[in-house]
Write a protein that binds this ligand. Structure first.
Ligand code: ZN
Ligand code: ZN
Length: 83
């Protein structure tokens, strides 16, 4: 189980929002981002490349474009820029 103190200092690497613990996942609290980071053997995998990145509009996995710091939905073209 991940400790609350650890959770308090972790934030989303893409948008810097807080994370919510949900079973074995850390979910970004920012609804426009909403990336889901897995926890493997008590270690949170805080890489945007490995995260689930569901589109808040259509649910499709969004593409991550690190050079523009952008999440782009291939289905509905919704874009979200990180911080
Ligand atoms: Zn986020
Ligand atoms: Zn979409």
């Amino acid at each position: 189980m991940i400790k609350k103190e650890v959770l308090d200092v972790l934030c989303c690497p893409f948008c810097r929002a807080n994370l919510k613990l949900d079973n074995n996942n850390l979910i970004c609290a920012n609804k426009d981002c909403g990336c889901i980071y897995q926890i493997a053997e008590d270690i949170p995998l805080m890489l945007i490349d490995d995260a689930k990145r569901p589109c808040p509009k259509c649910g499709q996995q969004r593409e991550y474009k690190p050079e523009q710091k952008l999440l782009n939905c291939p289905q509905c073209s919704l874009e979200y820029r990180g911080k």
